[in-house]
Design a protein around this ligand. Structure first.
Ligand SMILES: Cc1ncc(COP(=O)(O)O)c(C=O)c1O
Length: 490
């Protein structure tokens, strides 16, 4: 059977022409969808969404063709996706996509490089290396630091934990986990992280065969920063019980509060006990380009490894994260040579096969969107966008602390705020009001905000990654919440 010219984008004029038509139609569909709704979400329930797909013929015997499929997507699917660019969307650390990065996504899908070996991604490999070195410099990490792009903060954190474990075992126990599996002492290994750190640290311990018990949640202070006093006490307790501290995972920007642990102090403790320091700056890493706020990350540059997500404050489309390693020679602890892929002898000739640094084999060329968007916007504009989100969060915090009916938990260091509507009535009533408000906002107003729990109580959360979110738009939302609460109190 002859293959259609437009199945791939190749050198045929016809395929480029039909692609341009599809792009034009995509623009029309996007315009119609976005013009039709300002809200972040259509408000549909899970049952209503299932109903839309009920009669879908997943793999039709005869294809509908590109244009019809595109129109069907515009009709069935797009109207019920969350509009991440809407100022009514602030539930999670989930950002709108910069336009330059969207174009980059299109290009990287067309070219579909795979970042495992140089011959699958020649210029892409060199660009990834370049972007990593430049970003490490922006973050103030020591010269010689190297890294790799990953699928997200969870994978970057997993790399931090696996390397902390391998490093401890080779350096201190003279034990090669790759060949011998876990050493007999493994059940005594301990990793310390704040009680409000991201769950991916525990998940990493689980995946590495260490189990959750390896991860000791260190109490956080009132501002939700890791308590150094408790960290010291817990390490001393563990040593007294014969346990083996191997790492501290600090957080620069906790998921709920955006709080930044005392990184300098954590480094001192890690030096004292000769253990690994990982910094999870998945969220707070956005400050590396801000001359005004970068000092909040002071101490991060002393870490053995660092996670920075670009699909959070840097507004890159999912997925985009980087993992940095101060001593890149330790990547060898992850590397396996495959004859078909990353032949060792080629590395001396200057070919880099990035698979050696990565947990993934086939991997996306995410560096392109960072390179294009940084170049297009420039530091002045991009840093102002990021800084404005911090300034909005602070203004909202001040407003909330003055309003009688709200309780805010911490003064924000980044762009998220945890708060609740508070009445003098019972805790049960406060629970009911806050839980109901979030649901009503989603399904009645198309406004998506977050929810979390602190000491058994439900709180609401606004994560303001979008620089278009203004103090005034949040004030309007808070008034809306007050009206809803008043109706619920009756
Ligand atoms: C502090 C922190 N670390 C790690 C992660 C995990 O990142 P990802 O969702 O990109 O895997 C998150 C996610 O929100 C986070 O907030």
């Amino acid at each position: 059977m002859p293959v259609n010219d437009d199945i791939f984008l190749g050198d045929s004029g016809q395929s480029i022409h039909s692609f341009q038509n599809l792009l034009q139609e995509t623009g029309i569909i996007l315009e119609n969808d976005f013009l039709a709704r300002k809200a972040a979400f259509s408000g549909k329930t899970p049952q209503e969404l299932k109903e839309i797909l009920k009669h879908d013929v997943f793999l039709p015997a005869k294809g509908l063709g590109s244009l019809n499929t595109l129109r069907l997507t515009g009709q069935w699917i797009l109207p019920h996706l969350v509009n991440v660019a809407s100022t009514d969307y602030m539930a999670h650390l989930h950002c709108a996509s910069l336009t330059d990065s969207v174009i980059a996504e299109l290009l990287l899908s067309v070219y579909n490089q795979s970042m495992d070996s140089w011959d699958q991604a020649p210029m892409a490999t060199e660009l990834e290396l370049h972007v990593l070195r430049e970003m490490a410099a922006l973050a103030g990490l020591p010269t010689g630091t190297d890294g790799v792009f990953t699928s997200g903060g969870s994978q970057s954190n997993l790399m931090g934990v696996v390397l902390a474990r391998e490093d401890y075992c080779t350096r201190v126990l003279n034990h090669d986990i790759r060949k011998q599996g876990l050493p007999p002492q493994f059940s005594q290994f301990r990793i310390y992280t704040s009680e409000v750190a991201h769950f991916s640290i525990e998940k990493s311990a689980q995946l590495l065969g260490l189990g959750f018990r390896t991860v000791r949640p260190v109490p956080a202070d009132k501002q939700k920063k890791m308590s150094i006093e408790h960290l010291r006490i817990m390490i001393a307790e563990d040593l007294a019980q014969g346990n083996i501290p191997i790492a501290v995972s600090a957080t620069a920007g906790t998921t709920d509060f955006g709080s930044i642990d005392p990184l300098d102090e954590i480094r001192k403790i890690c030096d004292e006990y000769k253990i690994w320091m990982h910094t999870d700056a998945a969220y707070g890493g956005g400050l590396i380009i801000s001359d005004t706020y970068k000092n909040r990350l002071k101490g991060m540059e002393l870490s053995d490894s660092v996670t920075i997500d670009l699909h959070k404050m840097f507004m890159q489309p999912v997925s985009c994260s980087v993992f940095f390693l101060k001593d890149p020679s330790l990547f060898k602890l992850l590397e396996i040579h495959a004859d078909y892929l990353n032949r060792e002898e080629e590395e001396d000739e200057g070919y880099t096969h990035l698979v050696g640094r990565s947990l993934a084999t086939t991997r996306r060329f995410d560096a392109l969107k960072v390179w294009m968007s940084f170049k297009s916007l420039g530091k002045d504009v991009l840093s102002k966008y990021i800084e404005s989100t911090l300034e909005t969060a602070l203004a909202v915090y001040e407003y909330l602390t003055e309003a009688k009916c709200f309780e805010a938990v911490t003064r924000p260091e980044l762009s998220s705020l945890v708060f609740r509507y508070l009445t003098a009535m019972s805790e049960e009533k406060n629970e009911f009001i806050n839980i109901t408000i979030r649901k009503k906002l989603i399904h009645e107003k198309g406004i998506v905000i977050g929810q979390t729990r602190i000491n058994g109580k439900t709180f609401l959360k606004m994560t303001m990654l979008n620089p278009k979110i203004s103090f005034d738009s949040i004030k309007k939302l808070l008034t809306e919440i007050e009206v809803m609460a008043a109706e619920l109190i009756i």
